[in-house]
Ligand binder design. Structure first.
Ligand SMILES: [Zn+2]
Length: 443
């Protein structure tokens, strides 16, 4: 995520609202995770994401949380409930490859100073619910921003069916350097305000922190490879934080434990260090050199452009001059994004949601189309690349027999109008219906 200082505060009334909403969500969770009998979903259309095609109509037969059959028609077993979702398109549950459950809109830096970790964990529970209800059935959380390994508790509670939320890949706290990105640089030193990341300044420290985080429950490693970005007269600059050798040591240590490293990295030369070291994703990726793009294509390292957060910051800047510089940075990124697409850099879809409201991040799909991708390519980036990036491509991201029954329904045809994914009306996770706002259809 990014550093922003915005005014805001939390009242007792808001806290009470948060607590009561959490109780409601726990009740919703116990309902949503009840064992489901066999279900047949029927809708006007179904998406084949691999082919980038729509079939009409579409049906999916689901039993015990798994997809059994898919097609224009499927068998309707006697014990199966048939649910007609009417004039909608069935598609796999969405994947957000870059979220922050432990952030909410408002003063991003101040919330990590003012709010306790237990309080922030309550917010994270609500964020997980909101993301799931918006159709995101799997997510990669890119750092708790100072809440340590509290994401382990949230992920485990979701997996145990205690609270509603997506399937989660979690990083614990992100790793950064002393005085680097997410350090509390602008505060009074005498107050000893903590960094929002965990320090590691040497290779030994990097390996120690990775081992500690994996012990505490993290499923992958998040590192800040670049710090404060500047753009002057069309020249972008960002300082690198870890050397190529240090990143390679982190990638090797993650691989030893069967996992990967994802980096916050806005530009060069950090991006080249990260691509050479073999990270799994380069998130934000404003600026990539020709050699970095060549390596990313060859190694299938995903760029995660996170346009939604950039647009939000540009539209919610504190002053006209701040808005102008945010817009200039976004324009620069869009121009670079065109080069990245032309160079065949593989993309994944991640929004950096948290600083803007959870549940609204399908905006990222709309922006990736606006900035040059076809809807079919964005959906492939999200569902196929996203599932691969999360390490779940053998059972997630497609509607196929044997895959998880993580299914959503959207109005219209997302291949014709990608904004359909911002209006999810039906959400199923592991075969359990967690949301159905669609009017019942008589057949
Ligand atoms: Zn982020």
């Amino acid at each position: 995520m990014f550093s922003r200082l915005v005014s805001g505060s939390l009242s007792l009334g808001m806290l009470a609202a948060v607590l009561s909403a959490t109780l409601l969500s726990a009740q919703a969770a116990s309902n949503s995770t009840a064992p489901s009998s066999a279900v047949v979903l029927h809708a006007a259309r179904i998406l084949n994401v691999e082919q980038g095609t729509i079939q009409s109509p579409g049906e999916i037969y689901i039993r015990d949380g798994r997809i059994v059959a898919v097609g224009q028609t499927v068998q309707h077993p006697a014990d199966a409930r048939v649910i007609d979702l009417g004039d909608t398109t069935l598609m796999p549950g969405l994947i957000d490859a870059h979220v922050h459950l432990f952030l909410h809109p408002g003063a991003e830096d101040m919330q990590t100073v003012v709010e306790s970790v237990p309080e922030r964990t309550i917010y994270a529970e609500l964020a997980a619910r909101d993301d799931l209800m918006a159709g995101f059935t799997a997510e990669r959380d890119m750092g708790t921003e100072g809440a340590g390994s509290a994401d382990t508790a949230v992920r485990n509670a979701i997996d145990a069916g205690l609270i509603p939320g997506p399937h989660m890949r979690i990083s614990g706290n992100a790793i950064s350097i002393l005085g680097g990105h997410e350090d509390a640089i602008h505060f009074n030193p005498a107050e000893h305000i903590s960094s929002n990341a965990t320090y590691a300044d040497s290779t030994d420290e990097i390996i120690h922190v990775i081992r500690e985080q994996l012990k505490d429950g993290s499923s992958f490693v998040k590192m800040y490879e670049t710090g404060a970005d500047t753009l002057h007269n069309g020249v972008f600059h960002t300082p690198w934080q870890f050397s190529e050798a240090q990143l390679a040591a982190a990638v090797a240590e993650a691989a030893r434990m069967g996992t990967v490293v994802g980096v916050h990295c806005t530009g060069e030369p950090g991006a080249l260090f990260a691509a050479t070291a073999g990270v799994a994703s380069i998130d934000h990726a404003y600026q990539l050199s020709d050699e970095t793009m060549r390596l990313m294509r060859a190694k299938q390292i995903y760029a995660v452009p996170t346009f939604a957060i950039s647009e939000y910051f540009a539209d919610h800047a504190d002053s006209p001059s701040a808005a102008a510089s945010e817009h200039a940075m976004l324009d620069y990124h869009v121009e670079q994004f065109h080069r990245q697409l032309a160079a065949g850099v593989p993309m994944a879809v991640g929004s950096d949601v948290g600083p803007f409201p959870h549940g609204t991040q399908a905006r990222e799909f709309v922006l990736m189309v606006k900035y040059g991708m076809t809807p079919a390519d964005v959906l492939r980036a999200d569902l196929l690349h996203g599932a691969r990036l999360l390490g779940w491509s053998d059972h997630m991201g497609q509607i196929k027999p044997g895959f998880d029954a993580d299914i959503i329904a959207v109005p219209g045809n997302p291949l014709e109008d990608i904004s359909a994914v911002t209006h999810v009306g039906f959400v199923m996770k592991d075969g359990a219906i967690v949301r159905n706002d669609l009017p019942p259809t008589v057949r």
